[in-house]
Design a protein around this ligand. Sequence first.
Ligand code: UDP
Length: 237
Amino acid sequence: MTTRYQRILLKLSGEALMGEDNYGINQIVIRRIVAEIEEVNKLGVEIAIVVGGGNIFRGMKSANGDMERVTADYMGMLATVMNALALQDAMKRVGLIPRIQSALRIDQVVEPYIRGKAMRYLKEGWIVIFAAGTGNPFFTTDTAAALRGMEMDVDIVLKATKVDGIYSSDPQVNPQATRFSKLSFDEAISKNLQVMDATALTLCRDQKLPLNVFSIFKPGALKRIIIGEDEGTFVMI
Ligand code: UDP
């Protein structure tokens, strides 16, 4: 089967990993997500993943006067390492070959981010999971997704969320909200649509790296995007 994209960066938010739970990692949900990833791996697509941490710890929210922001952000980045380990475990169970690389050094647990090595893993057909975001406080894993996507020279960033694309307003709050099928980066930034932070959108725009926002809970959606079908919202220059 010919695919539209040969190398992708999949951004999995922490929220996606917790499913309907209020907190933490839901193993059933992880298994379902891994099955979607496996489908795409079978097509020979090279897959890099940036995993979020919001299901465990979110720096900005926790900082709120009670804790130094930088400390809270380091905790948030460490939360992404936990998610990466859970994802790696679930991938190994189905015979995929995952490799985690962390932007913060925790050498006994996962290897550090080394671009050349990550590229080699991708060419082997292994799945690279990037943990600890950018390694810097005051950033998000969305920005890490844009950054690693550019560094890995991927064809597209796929942002997996709980809703099936970008809406004119929050569809869970406003039933009249409508979904955009296509959008420019400038529109997404100026409308402040809360889909991705402006830093991430600006990076993608400046490097002409397209973005597709879709629901990871819609069975087969990831594969459909890969083979060139319309799913969710496509954001381009
Ligand atoms: N974080 C950070 N720098 C980064 C990436 C993440 O400081 O480069 C921290 C930040 O506190 C953030 C938390 O890690 O709130 C979890 O990441 P994020 O909120 O992006 O996760 P997601 O929303 O995707 O679950």
